[in-house]
Each structure stands twice: as C-alpha cells, then as structure tokens.
Write a protein that binds this ligand. Structure first.
Ligand SMILES: C[S@@+](CC[C@H](N)C(=O)[O-])C[C@H]1O[C@@H](n2cnc3c(N)ncnc32)[C@H](O)[C@@H]1O
Length: 272
C-alpha cells in the first residue's frame, strides 16, 4: 500500500468526486428518514494544502484553488462545505459536515496511519464509526444498513490495473447486499480501454439503473497522466441526470485548460 491521498488532496479528481458527493447526500436528505453512508476507502480525513505532501505536488492548485474565488452557483454548496471545514476535507469530513442528527457514517481505511488520523478526527462522535478494515470485505459485512437507505462511496487508490476488475466485483457484492442503496464509484480515465472494459463488466453484472458522469481535461491517450475521471452511480436519486449537468459544466469551465479532447458528459449505462 503505497498510495497516500495527502499527495493528491484537492486535485481536480477530488473536486469532481466531492461536488457529486455533496449533491447525492443532499438529494437523499430530501426525505426526512435517516440515511447511512459507507465510505469504503476513506483516506486520512483532512489535508493541509499549504504544507506537507499536498504542497509538494501542488495538484490542488489546478483543482480546488480554481474554485474558491466567486464559485459559480452550481458549485456553491461544495465550496461552502470546504470553507466551513477549513483544511481541505476528504470525503469523510464532507459527509460528516452534511449529516443530520440521526444520519450515520461508517468509514473504512486500510492504511494504519490514515486510519489513526481519521479516528482522531471524530473523537467520541456517536454518528461516525471508523473501521481499520478492508473495503471489499466491508461491502459484504456492513451492508445492508439498518436504515435501509443511503449511499456507498467507493474510491479505490487505483495503484494497479486489477483495480477496475476489483471495483466491478465490489459493486456487484455491495449491490447484492443493498439493492436499493445509491452507489458512487470513482474511477480514473488515463486511457479509454480500461474504462470501456469496466463499464462493460458492470453492464454484464445485470445491475440496473446505472449512470456515469465524466470530466476529461484532454484526450485520454497518455497512460502516465490522469487525463480525466468519472463517477459511476447506481440508483441515482431523482433528477440526477438533469441537476448534475450545470455542476459538470461549471467544473469544466474552471478546471479545464481548453486542451484538445476535453469534455464533460453524463451517460446512462443501464436502464432502470
Ligand atoms: C483515493 S484515496 C481515498 C480518498 C477519500 N475517499 C477522499 O475522497 O477524500 C484511497 C484510500 O483507500 C485506502 N485503501 C487502499 N486499499 C484499501 C482497502 N482494500 N480497503 C480500505 N482502504 C483501502 C488508501 O490507503 C487510501 O487512503
């Protein structure tokens, strides 16, 4: 396990993932019944962008730094949460900032240092459980939740090529346990072929009601670069496909450098 999210915190991939995450949680909270959120690959919780690993890579300069100044209305909710937390919030902190008193969050993180940091971020918090455990195993063990409604965020590090196949398998396991849950799985777009195979694997699994949102900053041809990223969403809440359009457009307008091949898209992979 070499991946440390601290090097990448606040980059454009985080901005895409976290804006959609905020929208999904708000959408689930349109109904008063409590929700459960499972963050399978939670990371360290919050990140100082001015010092340490994030400052060394500077990736956030092409990410969240471009959104903070007069954010467009479509990004206002997400940027507001970032400003409220202070240090750049990872997914668990973003979710925590949005929880209502009866909602719950469970986070899994396998790296011992990140898991320890995460625990320290939620002292005596009865709404948050931090598990130092394997994400793929947790999808079977922690689902379905007693609330019977909620969101599962799956955000693997993509350190090796098998992770697309592992993600497709994990989605099938999670969905088998929590068929009406909303699932959001982040994936990198370095080249098209692995993404195509992943989407075909999800389609072949028979899971219904699947949509992808993608933001690509350039033609995805150079396998050594994170050219774009996507989120695959199962059981998207009502009006997802309409309401995420202005969010993606606003992200592309701020994060794109007008390179050939840039795009933002929403595609339906499987019907309801
Ligand atoms: C991309 S980062 C997560 C970032 C976080 N979701 C966010 O948005 O702020 C992936 C994390 O997964 C952790 N990880 C890797 N393999 C794991 C596994 N099998 N189970 C749980 N966590 C794992 C890594 O240590 C890393 O912190």
């Amino acid at each position: 396990m070499n991946y440390r999210h601290a090097f990448h915190a606040g980059n454009f991939g985080d901005c895409v993932k976290h804006t959609v995450l905020v929208w999904l949680i708000r959408a689930l909270q349109r109904k008063p019944a409590p929700i459960f959120v499972l963050d399978t690959h939670a990371g360290g919780g919050r990140y100082d962008l001015e010092r340490g690993p994030a400052a060394r890579t500077g990736e956030w300069q092409k990410g969240i730094a471009r959104l903070l100044d007069h954010p467009p209305p479509a990004l206002g909710d997400y940027v507001g949460v970032v400003q409220q937390v202070g240090l750049y919030p990872g997914s668990p902190m973003i979710v925590r900032a949005l929880l209502r008193p009866d909602d719950r969050l469970a986070c899994c993180e396998l790296h011992p240092e990140d898991a320890a940091e995460l625990r320290q971020s939620f002292p005596r918090d009865r709404q948050v459980a931090v598990h130092h455990r394997d994400a793929w195993e947790a999808l079977g063990a922690l689902l379905p939740p007693k609330e019977r409604r909620g969101l599962v965020l799956i955000d693997p590090p993509f350190e090796d090529k098998q992770e697309f196949a592992e993600l497709a398998k994990g989605l099938a396991v999670g969905h088998a346990h929590f068929g009406n849950g909303v699932f959001a799985a982040w994936y990198p777009i370095k080249q098209r072929a692995p993404v195509r195979q992943f989407l075909s694997d999800v389609r072949d699994s028979g899971i219904r009601d699947v949509v992808t949102v993608e933001l690509c900053l350039r033609e995805p041809v150079d396998a050594a670069r994170l050219n774009g990223c996507g989120l695959l969403v199962i059981n998207p809440p009502y009006r997802f496909e309409q309401e995420v359009v202005p969010i993606l457009d606003a992200l592309l307008a701020r994060l794109g450098d007008r390179e050939p091949g840039e795009y933002a898209s929403i595609s339906r992979i499987a019907d309801e």
